[in-house]
Design a protein around this ligand. Sequence first.
Ligand SMILES: [Zn+2]
Ligand SMILES: [Zn+2]
Length: 450
Amino acid sequence: MAVVRLPNGERIKFLVDCGQFLGEDDKYNYLPFTFDSEDLSFVLITHSHIDHIGMLPLLVKKGYRGKIYTSEDTKVLLPYALEDTCKVLGENAKRNRRPKFYTDTDVETTISHVCDCPMNVPIYTSPYTKVFFFKNAHLVGATMILVIISYPGYEDINLLFMGDYNNKNVFLDSEELPDWVKELRLTVIAEATYGCMVSSEVTTCFGENICRAARDGKIIHIPVLAVGRTQEALYFIRNLQKDRFLSTDVSIFYDGKLGMKNTKLFTNGSLHIKESMRDFLPQNLTWVDKTIRQALIEDNGCKIILSTSGMGSYGPSRMYIPAFVERPNALIHFTCYTTPTSLGGKLKQAGQNEKVEIAGMVVRKKAEVKYTAEFSAHSKADVEMEFLKKFKRLQCVLVTHGENESKEMFASRILDNVHTKNVCIFDRRNYFIMGPYELIKTLPSKFPIL
Ligand SMILES: [Zn+2]
Ligand SMILES: [Zn+2]
């Protein structure tokens, strides 16, 4: 959240993203907001991933009545994502004997507050603030958001929220930031998901692992995010078939309602994706639901099953993984970043043949479990630093999003490689006072750390 203190004493409070803590260990979701929802002037949303939008309906339930600004494509994706999250959170709350966060009615009300904004044009969100949405290849509909705070007689304060960042995406044409933005005196809020990794450290193994496992007659399970990774993984598999690395005789199943709905939006022209990329589905693909899920789990034959969620903690993945992880003839291949407390993260820490507690049960890790960062929608540290170097008057970088270790490593890389006055780490411990020219002060927050 940002609080703007104007010279006339007025305050403008606004929020950029309102996400859900992901992973098995979701205790932070149960903490109250650190602000009054009714006090916010406006809300900006960078993209439709749950860790950026999952708590929006709670904000509305708690009294937020203003506008929620986002891109046109995010507005299309948002209702599906929130309806699904409402269901998943409801199931989790029931399991944990906790009250529901919000209801379908709260989701509906939230959607009625959403305003879709075109890219690259000013949107006036208050008499003293204007924002610009710029295309970000992280995901269809994803944006970077520039907030310009202006007051007569004072220098503007410019904040660029990168959101989750990537510079390329097979489904999108990439777009450069306009030159005038690169000339601004600017503070950038940058993500550090892969702050510990540079592009040259990424090994490509997914295609090879999948094809080898298929040749060995294994069950192949691929947890995927419902939007972005689902479509990218299906396209990747289609290319393996096209190049004859993977036989079209190997059946492919997809289980996950949200992923299916999103894929339809990719193919039917509802989203701004490349025309040439609308036809990307592999051969021998069957969409499945819970009525045949159990039969798929019990069958030991060679097949590929893709399902949501990407980290394995929610959705059908939460059912497939505990069943397959105990089978030596299975390959479970994660395709996205997995937090340490997520199901995928826990499996990563467990040794082969070791017992591990996942999805409320103790299982023995007998399957082959693989991870790859090659698909990631997040740029690695080197690419992000190249992006930061484009700004001629970068006054401060606030590092956010990711494990503490990644944030710290990324912050030190920026200090060593990017010309900027200050680099700070965003977490629950501190907040920052920014002026038009520099970071003025870092102060301790009173937010609880669990
Ligand atoms: Zn994201
Ligand atoms: Zn994110």
